[in-house]
Ligand binder design. Sequence first.
Ligand code: NDP
Length: 286
Amino acid sequence: MAQLIDGKQLSDQVLREVASEVELLKGEYGIVPTLAVVLVGDDPASQVYVRNKVKRAEEVGICSIAHHLDVQCTQDKLNKIIDELNNDPQVHGILVQLPLPSHLDEEEVIAAINPAKDVDGFHPLNVGALASGRASLVPCTPQGCMIMLRQVHPDLSGKNVVVVGRSNIVGKPMAALLLQENCTVTMAHSRTKNIESLCRNADIVVAAAGRAKLINADWIKPGATVIDVGINAIEVNGKRKLTGDVDFESVAPIAGAITPVPGGVGPMTIACLLSNTTLAAKRQLA
Ligand code: NDP
């Protein structure tokens, strides 16, 4: 049976480190790391994500400011709020919860955030810095996946990795981080041919397709490490249940190590967001 990579336990460890950084920033520099979270509309999943982020921030001593805007909020109004947060020296990190309602231009909003406060790591300057291997604010989910992978593979050099999914927020930055660690990375997506056999040859599979139980035991080499980023709501016996992109029951008996859903990548994402917030606060001191 595979080793379980426990995201809850690991994220608690990261959060403890964040809490002591926060203490240091308060004690030595008198600053309280502050995260502004902007939510537009009433999407229930986004509301839950924002609540969790705010709750965890408070637990580690980070001040959070929530801006909950009406679903009809205009682009101008949203840009104005971003501008105010950019210019507010008390605010060190800005997060705009995605997806935005369809009348708003996500790219424009992301580009409007001061890159130094872009704790999601989605601003084009941070994306470019990551792609060229320079220090930057790294997107939280792939950052969390890397911490999980290092638990099993302290040296990732030379590993064959397949990343299933090529989104800007997960798949692409994940591939960039793996490449920095000298992995041989294959990016698979909905048009990839022979995806099953590509995955079966991999030492590590990172699943970020948003398709419930897409990956089963036939896709996985015995002993491989499987990181399941997917969060999919399915119905089981009339009840809503969260499941990953990996069919955990079939894969866990043959994999070497695996992350669960829930309790895997999800908690790591929030921990890395708060770690990015303290990092941003420290850099703004300089
Ligand atoms: P997107 O929908 O933006 O991207 C999905 C990617 O998967 C696309 O590149 C798509 O290919 C590819 N894909 C879709 N179906 C298949 C398939 N059958 N075979 C191979 N590739 C496929 O999703 P995100 O990257 O935003 O999120 C992915 C998953 O991760 C979701 O379940 C999301 O909820 C979850 N998530 C979890 C987080 C966490 O903290 N745990 C954080 C962020 C996301 P193509 O480009 O060709 O369309």
